[in-house]
Design a protein around this ligand. Structure first.
Ligand SMILES: [Zn+2]
Length: 387
């Protein structure tokens, strides 16, 4: 066991920690919203990972998903005929660095932790995966084993999942996809879906001194709000999952009206829907539209975004194979790229070292001990997945 004390110098770091340090030092902030850097985007990180994969013996391609924002794909082929295909897929982007209390790109090592943006989410799991791959793919067991392994560094996981959608459209049918996220080395096999709905009511604008002459779109929202809060919530709660809990909906933003002295002619309310794997957003929409018609509430409902639920069967053969080398099965309140591969019929889970509690934070870090356990864990999993 290594001693990651305070006086450790960089030369004391393991190859995995050194690799993570290099990865953190390459800014790859997702450009969505306020990235907090002048040059956001994943290209530099994808190119660095591409070089690493090529040196480790993979066939590498960059898949340009958005201008200057590629996925990096590396395929390790065995000498033996391929009997099983595995995907290892962390994301290369990080969230914004705005408001961080540690330097996001220095990768400071102290007190047994490596600090910086992405250290936990998800360059730590990525470094552990890459290092395990480098060690495993030179072994005779891999070369003669019939397991083909693809490493995909996916762009834009932190907003819109463009990278996962692009690769899921194009990729072969993997027997298992392992998404690298900080899951405390638990296999996350299920999470809820998350959709954002928009409800609109219409009115007729007149001068506010004669309100009776117009129709007030904000008032028209009143029966709709009552419906969503009480009736709809109750109906959706019947869709429940033993681990994930019940489907829920909540009004999250509302806006309407143009001026203090005009009767508003439009009002829009947004709602956040968290749904169980037995539901689809189109089924929820159909239910809402039928209710609105019956209740004579003249509102329009539409979908602004929809992130699919994940529900890979816990008793899947390959999950059972890797399970003894992990901290067991879990579900998660968050959403990740695994759901996108799952929706394409590929059994997918998230698994990685570190904790989501240390992700997206002002002082993001990963414990070096966890990082090393991650590398060892991925190695064991790769061996266990040999056909
Ligand atoms: Zn992540």
């Amino acid at each position: 066991m290594q001693n990651y004390g305070k006086r450790m110098t960089i030369s004391d770091l393991t190859p995995t920690a050194k690799l993570l340090r290099q990865l953190v030092r390459i800014p790859s902030v997702n450009p969505h919203g306020n990235p907090g850097v002048a040059n956001p985007g994943e290209r530099a990180c994808a190119e660095f990972v591409g070089k690493f994969l090529r040196r480790a013996g993979a066939d590498v391609e960059l898949q340009e998903v958005r201008p200057g924002r590629p996925n990096v794909i590396g395929v390790f082929k065995p000498k033996a005929p391929v009997k099983r295909r595995l995907l290892l897929a962390p994301h290369t982007d990080t969230v914004s660095v705005a408001g961080m209390t540690v330097d996001p790109f220095v990768a400071t090592v102290s007190g047994g932790k490596l600090h910086g943006r992405g250290a936990s989410d998800t360059k730590g799991p990525m470094a552990a995966m890459l290092q395990a791959l480098r060690e495993f793919t030179v072994s005779g067991a891999f070369k003669n084993g019939g397991l083909e392994i693809t490493f995909a560094g996916l762009m834009s996981e932190e907003a819109y999942n463009h990278g996962a959608f692009a690769w899921a459209e194009k990729c072969p049918r993997y027997d298992l996809a392992i998404i690298g996220e900080p899951t405390q080395w638990q296999i996350v096999h299920a999470h809820k879906g998350c959709a954002w709905l928009a409800f609109t009511t219409k009115g007729r604008a007149v001068h506010a001194s004669t309100p009776a002459d117009g129709e007030n779109a904000i008032y028209a929202m009143t029966p709709l709000l009552a419906y969503v809060e009480k009736k709809l919530m109750k109906k959706l709660a019947k869709f429940s999952h033993p681990q994930l809990g019940a489907t829920s909906i909540a009004a999250t933003t509302i806006s309407g009206g143009a001026k203090d002295n005009i009767i508003p002619d439009t009002c829009e309310m947004h709602a956040d829907l968290r749904y169980t794997p037995d539901l689809t957003v189109s089924a929820v929409l159909a239910l809402i539209r039928a209710d609105l018609k019956k209740l004579r509430i003249p509102a329009i409902v539409s979908v602004n975004s929809d992130n699919h639920p994940l529900h890979t069967a816990a008793d899947h053969e390959l999950i059972q194979k890797i399970r003894p080398h992990t901290n067991g099965l879990a579900t998660a309140p968050w959403f990740c790229d695994a759901a996108i591969f799952g929706a394409h019929g590929i059994p997918a889970v998230a698994l990685g070292p570190g904790s989501i509690a240390q992700a997206h934070t002002a002082d993001e870090f990963i414990k070096l001990g966890d990082l090393e356990k991650g590398r060892e864990g991925y190695l064991k999993i790769l061996r266990a997945l040999l056909p």
